[in-house]
Write a protein of this length. Sequence first.
Length: 251
Amino acid sequence: MRKLLSLSAIVVLLSLAVSDFVLAQAKDAVSALTPPATDQSFHQVVKQKFIEGGPLFMTPILLCLILGLALIIERIIYLNMSSTNTQKLLKDIEGALNSGGVDKAKQICRNTKGPVAGIFYQGLDREHEGIDIVEKSLVSYGGVQMGNLERGLIWISLFIALSPMLGFFGTVVGMVQAFDAIEAAGDISPGLVAGGIKVALLTTLAGLLVAMILQVFYNYLVSKIDSFVNDMEDSSISLIDILVKHNLSKK
C-alpha cells in the first residue's frame, strides 16, 4: 500500500508538471493560427479542451481520475492474487485430516494464498475447542478478511462523487465569469455568450466522464468482492461439515 501511495504521489506531481507545460503551450498558441479541426489528433483535441476548460478546475478532475485508477489497479491485482480454488483446497484439507490430522491440514492452509485459506486456518486452529467455537472463529475472521477486500473502495467512491461536483463548480464559476464579461462589454454578443457557456460546460463534461469511467470499474470490484464473500461463506460451511464428519469418525 505504501508503494501504491508513493506511485500515486509521483503520478500527481507528473500530472501537475504536465498541466504547467500545457499552460505554457497554450500561451504560445494564442498568437498562432488555430489549425483546422480535421488536422488535429485526439491528443491535441483533448489538450485543447483541457486548456479551454481551465487548468484550475480541470486539474483536480484529472487528479481524481489518476488516483481513482491507481486504487482500482491495486484492488484488481490484490483480488486476482487472492483468488483460490476452494473446492481443491477443501479436498486437500479433508484428505489431510484423514491421513495426518489437524496439523497437516493447517500446514496446507498455511502454504495456500488467499483469504479463504486464512479463514480455514483460523477455524482449524480452534478445532480442539469445539465446532461452535470454530464457527464463531470463521465468522469473525471472515469479517476481517472482508474488510481487507473492501479496503480502498471508499476512496474510489469519493472520487466518483467528487469529480462531477468539481465539474459543476467549474461550470458555475465559468458562467459567472461569462456574465461578468457580458456586463463589462455592455452588450449581449451571441459569440461571447456561446463561447463563455461552452468553456463553462467543459468542466462538467470532464467530471461526468471521469465519474462514469470510475463507476464502471467500481461496480466490477464490488461484484468481484461479492463473489469472494459468497465463496468464503459456502466454503466455511463445507469446512464445518468436514470437521463434524472428522470428529464423528474419531469416536
